[in-house]
Design a protein around this ligand. Structure first.
Ligand code: NI
Length: 166
C-alpha cells in the first residue's frame, strides 16, 4: 500500500504534470494506486495523493471495475448543479456538501495510452470532478464557503493533534 499524503502536504497543491510515456512503471504505479484505494475503502484516488505529481487518477465504485484516467480533461459539464457530501482520503474523517455540475464529459487515456471519451452522471460524475481537481492542486474544501472551510480545517487539525498525542 502507498502512503497517502494529507492536508498540508505541498504535493496536494501542485499542478500535476502530463504523463508522456506509457511504461511498465506507469502500469505498476496505477496498480498500486488501485490496491491502495481499495485498501483505504475510498472510491477515488489521484496520483498527487500518493506523492506523485502526475495527471493520473483511479476510480472504483462499489461493485464495479476500477477505471483509470490518465491526462484527463473535462470537456463539458451540465448547467444543472447539485450538492453532494464529499470526503477525501487526504482529509480523513471530514465531510462536507459540495455543489458541482451533475453531468460531465471527459477525455482521457487508459494505462496503455489509448484515448477514450466518457460521459458520466451520478456518483461517477461526482468522483471524476473531485479527482480531476486534485490534478490541479485543488481540494473539495476550496469549493465550500470560506467560514465553513475554516471550521472544517480547525476541526480536522484538532482531531489530528489528538491522534498524534496518542
Ligand atoms: Ni480527494
Amino acid at each position: 500500500m502507498l502512503d497517502i499524503y494529507t492536508l498540508g502536504d505541498e504535493v496536494l497543491r501542485m499542478e500535476a504534470e502530463e504523463v508522456a510515456s506509457f511504461t511498465p512503471e506507469l502500469k505498476m504505479l496505477v496498480d498500486a494506486m488501485i490496491d491502495t484505494l481499495i485498501e483505504a475503502e475510498g472510491i477515488g484516488l489521484a496520483a498527487p495523493q500518493v506523492g506523485v505529481s502526475k495527471k493520473i487518477f483511479v476510480v472504483k465504485l462499489p461493485n464495479e471495475d476500477p477505471i483509470v484516467f490518465i491526462n484527463p480533461e473535462i470537456i463539458e459539464t451540465s448547467n444543472e448543479v447539485g450538492p453532494y457530501e464529499e470526503g477525501c482520503l487526504s482529509i480523513p474523517g471530514m465531510y462536507h456538501d459540495v455543489i458541482r455540475p451533475l453531468e460531465v464529459m471527459l477525455q482521457a487515456q487508459d494505462v496503455r495510452g489509448k484515448a477514450f471519451t466518457l460521459k458520466a452522471d451520478g456518483l461517477l460524475a461526482r468522483v471524476i470532478q473531485h479527482e480531476n481537481d486534485h490534478l490541479h492542486g485543488k481540494l473539495y474544501i476550496d469549493r465550500i464557503d470560506d467560514k465553513e472551510r475554516e471550521r472544517l480545517v480547525k476541526r480536522y487539525e484538532r482531531q489530528n493533534r489528538k491522534k498524534k498525542e496518542k
